[in-house]
Ligand binder design. Structure first.
Ligand code: SAH
Ligand code: SF4
Ligand code: F3S
Length: 475
């Protein structure tokens, strides 16, 4: 048995890609190891969205220099978005890397590794750049391989990611994703539905649909267009599938049919990740996001009205080129009024090759970015905590994901474990239970909360029985 070590950073797309790469290498006789020292192949599945993500990979690679010297036949590979972004220059910064493979070429990895093992040398496979040919050819060069699922690589066996769209055509000026992931392409509905059915057959109960702008999904079928809401309806009809989630949404494509599907289909998560990025029209314009703050507000209002109890989350970039204190203040006010369940806040990181990098100076000092980041985070945390406190005393349905990271607790009656799971609106819930409840849908009564987590007790017949007894005995 050969051993594979794989490390994954970046978004859910990368987690799914790693699952597929592992599946393809298992077929070649590899098994996973958590130690680089044992590994015959070491792969880093990388992200280029911010400079920090890239630097972390280069320092991890730096630590592998000796690993390669000690065992030269070991194959070291850099795959994913940074491989596509930096291409051959990865070899310059880390000459002991054997393999560079972009996200559109991952299906070639088994053959490339075999090739290196047979005849040595370095190999590189990347897709065409966004200006390197006809759209059709560029699209084809980014197509990822057919799903070869590996249940052991999933967060849990009953949850899976399903790609419905690859690439992105929005070209927000700060963002590297359209150049590393290629043109936006929607997968055929029949493929998506077949994959979901296969996953359910393997015991999967929840799917998370993936796309950079998932609600822009559309597939031409002759004269008609099959929309994202059609896909939600068809997935909803699959027996045995209990929950359907999806990320990420693009504000302008949050059409009424999507909101109606979220409202009307009980299996669809009442959770929308719809990043706004900034509360200032001037900044949004420079970002080329394609909407105004007023349009985002209108969308948010519609979501709250149409889908009672919906949880909405957002991303923000602080310190984008030319962002003034007044611009930031507008973002702060937007967060205050929007009642997001959560916000992911990032300091602007200039990405060479993007329109933003060539058009605008990265002129907000790092300490200002940091201060704005902290201020916004503090406000969001306060809102998240207030909102979570509203859940106190309520009963929520939780899909149990497994033991929480916190320690195993031993009690006189036997080991009882802290479990964690999520509500239909994606709130994290921690409660005591038995590990065999993993994968089940349980009703949990919430008794405590902080900004990120709800704490509860499973509402079993047993507990109800006890309460009846207690009240019956006059206690
Ligand atoms: N497709 C998704 C986001 C993908 S990247 C969308 O359109 O919302 C995830 C998040 O990273 C973005 O929402 C943005 O907030 C952040 N991001 C992207 N490029 C960045 C950059 N150059 N610097 C800092 N944050 C960035
Ligand atoms: Fe990047 Fe914008 Fe595409 Fe999202 S929509 S991936 S932020 S270019
Ligand atoms: Fe990063 Fe690529 Fe995802 S750049 S955020 S891993 S699409």
């Amino acid at each position: 048995m050969k051993k594979l070590y794989i490390e994954t950073v970046g978004c859910q797309m990368n987690m799914l890609d790693s699952e597929l790469v592992v599946a393809s290498l298992r077929k070649e006789g590899y098994e996973l190891t958590s130690q680089t020292a044992d590994a015959d192949a070491i792969l880093f599945n990388t992200c280029s969205v911010r400079e920090h993500a890239e630097e972390k990979i280069y320092s991890a690679l730096g630590r592998l220099k000796d690993a390669k010297r000690d065992k030269p036949e070991r194959v070291i590979g850099v795959i994913g978005c940074m491989a596509q972004n930096h291409q051959g220059s990865v070899f310059k910064r880390a000459p002991y890397v054997d393999l560079v493979v972009g996200p559109g070429q991952l299906h070639q990895i088994p053959a490339l590794i075999r090739d290196i093992e047979a005849s040595g040398g370095q190999r590189i496979e990347v897709s065409l750049g966004r200006k390197d040919g006809a759209r059709e050819d560029i699209e084809r060069s980014h197509e990822s391989f057919d799903p070869l699922r590996d249940p052991t690589m999933r967060p849990t066996p009953f949850q899976a990611f399903v790609r419905i769209q690859i690439g992105c055509d929005k070209f927000c000026t700060y963002c590297i994703v359209p150049s590393v992931r290629g043109p936006e392409q929607s997968r055929p509905p029949a493929d998506i539905l077949a994959e979901a059915r296969q996953l359910v057959g393997e015991g999967c109960r929840e799917v998370t649909l993936l796309g950079q702008t998932v609600n822009s999904y559309r597939y031409r079928q002759g004269e008609t267009t099959y929309r994202f809401s059609d896909l939600l309806h068809d997935l909803h009809a699959i027996d045995g599938l209990d929950r359907i989630k999806f990320v990420t949404n693009y504000p302008k494509d949050m059409t009424d049919d999507v909101l109606a599907a979220v409202r009307d289909l009980p299996k669809v998560s009442k959770y929308l990740h719809v990043p706004v990025q900034s509360g200032s029209d001037a900044v949004l314009k420079r970002m080329k996001r394609g909407y105004t703050v007023a349009e985002y507000r209108e969308m948010l209002q519609r979501a709250y009205e149409w889908v009672p109890g919906v949880a909405v989350t957002s991303d923000f970039i602080v310190g984008f080129c030319g962002e003034t204190d007044e611009d930031f203040q507008l973002t702060y006010e937007l967060v205050r009024e929007s009642r997001f369940k959560n916000s992911f806040i990032f300091k602007y990181s200039e990405r060479p090759g993007t329109r933003g990098a060539s058009l605008y100076a990265d002129d907000v000092p790092d300490e200002v970015k940091r201060r704005r980041n902290n201020e916004l985070l503090a406000l969001q945390n306060q809102i998240s905590e207030e909102d979570n406190h509203r859940m106190l005393g309520q009963s929520v349905q939780v899909l149990v994901e497994g033991p929480s990271r916190a320690s195993v607790k031993h009690e006189a009656a036997g080991p009882s474990l802290q479990l964690t799971g999520r509500t239909l609106c994606d709130r994290i819930v921690v409660f005591e239970g038995n590990p065999r409840q993993t994968g089940q849908l349980l009703d949990v009564a919430i008794y405590d909360a902080n900004s990120h987590t709800l704490f509860g007790t499973v509402e079993t017949d047993h507990v109800v029985g006890e309460l009846v007894q207690l009240s019956g005995s006059g206690v």
